[in-house]
Design a protein around this ligand. Structure first.
Ligand SMILES: Nc1ncnc2c1ncn2[C@@H]1O[C@H](COP(=O)(O)OP(=O)(O)O)[C@@H](O)[C@H]1O
Ligand SMILES: [Mg+2]
Length: 215
């Protein structure tokens, strides 16, 4: 489902030098897997996820996701890829204030995602009854559920999760992890990057990002 070969990504260190964050990352994730990538803060986990999800194109190497090689895609095609193939879940939810839960879930439709079912996605995460609530009227765990429903909206092939429990207490984070587990049991491929052991505890496979390499 995901295949990455020789991924390299450098950033300027602001001092005329460069910081090589990814230094030849190889990764294979099969359809239906739940994989955790662990690594210290600053080890490049978010950078890796951004490259795999087509949010960052300034890398060297090759990435193929669900049969699509990202290398040759233009902006328009990349946007379509992000809208149809991958779902993103972030640590800080990124809900839009002023839009209720249902409208937040349906937001990808405004960016061109097609065929989504906002109500169904919200029900799938257990929040069908709170469709009319504003983000400010939801708990942290409920906000993350809304964000996950939004990620599921366009029925992605892969869920890419960046520290998905980082802003949640242990019990609430545990519920979110259970949700990923059950989505995975239904066949969804999940890749989560995290520095939290409790996420990796449910993963089928745990990889470590260290010194720009994945082991
Ligand atoms: N846009 C950027 N410009 C410069 N440096 C960056 C940028 N994004 C990330 N970095 C640097 O790359 C390294 C890895 O960052 P990141 O991928 O966010 O790590 P993690 O998610 O594992 O905490 C850090 O040292 C960070 O400062
Ligand atoms: Mg990060």
């Amino acid at each position: 489902m995901i295949s990455a070969r020789g991924l390299k990504r450098e950033f300027s260190d602001g001092d005329g030098g460069s910081l090589r964050v990814l230094d030849g990352v190889d990764l294979d994730v099969k359809q239906g897997e739940l994989v955790a990538v662990m690594g210290r803060s600053g080890s490049g986990k978010s950078t890796l996820l951004h490259v795999l999800g087509g949010l960052d194109t300034a890398y060297a190497g090759d990435v193929t996701v669900a049969g699509t090689s990202l290398k040759g895609l233009g902006d328009h095609e990349l946007a379509r890829f992000r809208n149809s193939t991958v779902g993103f879940v972030f640590q800080s939810f990124h809900l839009v204030p002023g839009l209720n839960a249902l409208d937040n879930v349906a937001l990808p439709a405004f960016f061109g995602a097609q065929g989504g079912d906002a109500k169904g996605a919200l029900e799938r995460v257990g929040l069908g009854a709170k469709a009319g609530r504003q983000p400010s009227q939801l708990s942290g765990g409920e906000r993350q559920r809304v964000a996950i429903a939004r990620a599921l909206f366009a029925r992605p092939k892969v869920l890419l999760c960046d520290e998905p429990t980082g802003n949640l207490d242990a019990a609430t984070g545990g519920e979110i992890i259970e949700l990923f587990k059950s989505l995975n049991a239904e066949g969804l491929t999940v890749l989560a990057v995290t520095h939290e052991e409790r996420v990796s505890a449910v993963a089928g496979r745990v990889l470590k990002l260290e010194n720009g390499k994945l082991t």
